[in-house]
Design a protein around this ligand. Sequence first.
Ligand SMILES: [Zn+2]
Length: 278
Amino acid sequence: MKLFIDIGGTHLRSEIVSEEGIIRDTISSHEMGLLAYIDKQMALHPKIDFIGISYAGQVNNGIITASPNINIDQYDIVGTIKARYGIRSCIDNDLNCAVRAEASYWRSGSIATLFVGTGIGAAVIDEGRLVRGSRNMAFEIGHIPYRESPLHCGCGRNNCIELYASGSGMAKWLKHYGSAHLPDLERLKESTSDEHSVAIQFEEALLHAAGVLVTVANPEMLVLGGGVIEQNPYLVTLLREKLKEYALAPALEGVRIEMSVLENAPLAGAKLLEDDHG
Ligand SMILES: [Zn+2]
């Protein structure tokens, strides 16, 4: 019996997979910490013998190092699970998980993912290998400097691209303008000038992020996903039409841009962690 978890800034989704079938669960990410959730599942299902976790934050060698959008109840998650239950677990950044699942689905060894939900994140597989960087933070695109703002990012700074090109960023701008609207892009564009500007600056920042990603990673394929993209599928068309204004032309040449068709790519990627030693 195996437990797979995808924890993002909004939801924690899990699947317990065994010969008897799959048990699915979804709770708010703020309802309980990751370790508390694992303790609960281990008490309910003591036969769990492997845990794979997709985590919306920075993770290195099984240890959570930072998470702007999730409250952390234990940093050394893999070590604690081993000490408490004697079982193996793996944890990786959610985009690193997603890109594994997308590479497998699209059968591509040269692929970048850009997902926009509560936050914005990216990951890259090049020549069939995940690009990790020295501390597993390669392509952590949400916190590259973009523009100064009157707002504060979860990481503490005021100029991250996540403040513009993410669901939480849009929500902060709408609150700043006193708007009660949800970040529904097409509705925002038809609304007051402040709300319109939040939607337009989101589109520009998303194009900027995608342009940087394609220029520096030079993938064969760019796959878009995450809640905000799924709710606004026109963004994929926007990127196909306008990315040439934001990416270096030779890097963009021949790049295929697709929307993720997986139901939950980070969770699908968590299932690939068990065999992953790279
Ligand atoms: Zn930041």
